[in-house]
Design a protein around this ligand. Structure first.
Ligand code: NAD
Ligand code: UD1
Length: 339
């Protein structure tokens, strides 16, 4: 099969390219490199020993997206393209709504025009809001998001469900990711945040590398066993493999399905720090700090549906996540950029 990956040069997209190529599929990537670079694709090609067709352009640009579908035979699409920095989305909400919703709507319209009606979408556990019922199960009602980024995921889900409802030829697979971390075991590709990272693992890695003095632990007074927030961290290669299963599922099903992609295990921030130190034989300077606004105490997946329907489950351990994240960081202290 030949799949189009919008945003395929980014963190999760690049790892998914590897999994798809390894599974014998062909990959076409569309990316405007607003948060990535072509080097990531060159490295994917090196890992997989296969080539990728790459188009540089904006997913909100209908003429450009249409030209890609005119040139390529596409069996299905994974829609990763989007802006994802939560804090930035609070500061410049319009950019987030315009880019993330614009990309989703333009893409779906062009797909329909080209009779390609199978899409897998990068959603997020953020759509559950602050649900008190854990683990999060796909049948829970969607919650209140705490930021514009989260709402773009919530609204994109809604838009795609409505499209599939109106036209039964569509297949929409909504993947709700929990907390992707780690990197391909080669250390050639990984997460390359621009500026100050938002998420825990890149912050841990930069602290271990000495780029930052110490890690601030946001809140130690949550109603959790050790007082710090609990999350479901999932190795990015397990997540990537989940996309292969989701695309293969989309090939012979119709309608909308939602799947959590998580491990089902929750770990606290203190546990993550200890695991990183243990896996990499180093000490991580850290300090307790006030809570970060918008954080919820506990989030972890019920991954049973993905196991039953997609025959997918996360295999890699917390130690694998910590080791592979540090392997990438220490081999590429400046990410994809040269020093
Ligand atoms: P990323 O920023 O590394 O990748 C997103 C890619 O999309 C980048 O390559 C960027 O250049 C591209 N892009 C953005 N807007 C575009 C546009 N208008 N046209 C073309 N390309 C565009 O992020 P990621 O971590 O790989 O996340 C991929 C997707 O998964 C995103 O939609 C993100 O919101 C979602 N997601 C990520 C996480 C996470 O923790 N990383 C969690 C839940 C959901
Ligand atoms: C964040 C986003 C969420 C998004 C998810 C995955 C917020 C409020 N939420 O969630 O919308 O879907 O990433 O991209 O930003 N932590 C520290 N110190 C740090 C960084 C983080 O203690 O320097 C803590 C956080 O308080 C949290 C945990 O580590 O308790 C995980 O944080 P993070 O990696 O940002 O993920 P989420 O909070 O799950």
């Amino acid at each position: 099969m030949r799949f189009l990956l919008t945003g395929g040069a980014g963190y999760i997209g690049s790892h998914t390219c590897v999994s798809l190529l390894d599974a014998g599929h062909e990959v076409v990537v569309l990316d405007n490199f607003v948060n990535s670079c072509p080097e990531a694709i060159a490295r994917v090609e090196k890992i997989a020993g296969k080539s990728i067709t790459l188009y540089e352009g904006d997913c909100c640009d209908a003429a450009f997206v249409s030209s890609v579908f005119d040139k390529e035979h596409i069996d299905g699409v994974v829609h990763f393209a989007g802006l994802k920095a939560v804090g930035e989305s609070v500061r410049i909400p319009l950019n987030y709504y315009q880019n993330n919703l614009g990309a989703t709507m333009t893409l779906c319209r062009v797909m329909a025009e080209h009779h390609v009606k199978r899409i897998v979408f990068s959603s997020s556990a953020t759509v559950y809001g602050d649900s008190k019922e854990v683990p999060f199960n796909e049948s829970l009602p969607m919650g209140e998001c705490t930021n514009p980024y989260g709402w773009t995921k919530w609204m994109s889900e809604r838009i795609m469900r409505d499209i599939a409802f109106a036209d039964p030829e569509w297949t929409v697979v909504l993947l709700r990711y929990f907390n992707p971390v780690g990197a391909h075991e080669s250390g050639l590709i990984g997460e390359d945040p621009s500026g100050i990272p938002n998420n825990l693992m890149p912050f841990i890695c930069q602290t271990a590398a000495g780029v930052r003095d110490k890690l601030s632990i946001f809140g130690n007074d949550y109603p959790t066993p050790d007082g710090t927030c609990v999350r479901d961290y999932i190795h990015v290669m397990d997540l990537a493999d989940g996309h292969v299963k989701a695309l293969e599922y989309a090939m012979d099903h119709q309608g909308t399905e939602i799947f959590n992609l998580g491990t089902g295990e929750g770990y606290s921030v203190y546990q993550m720090v200890a695991a990183f130190e243990r896996a990499n034989h180093l000490t991580l300077p850290h300090v307790d700090a006030p809570r970060r606004p918008g954080d919820i105490a506990v989030s972890y997946a019920d991954p049973a549906k993905a196991k039953a329907v997609l025959h997918w489950q996360a295999k890699r351990t917390l130690d694998d996540m910590c080791r592979d994240a540090w392997n990438w960081q220490s081999r590429n202290p400046h990410g994809y950029r040269q020093a």
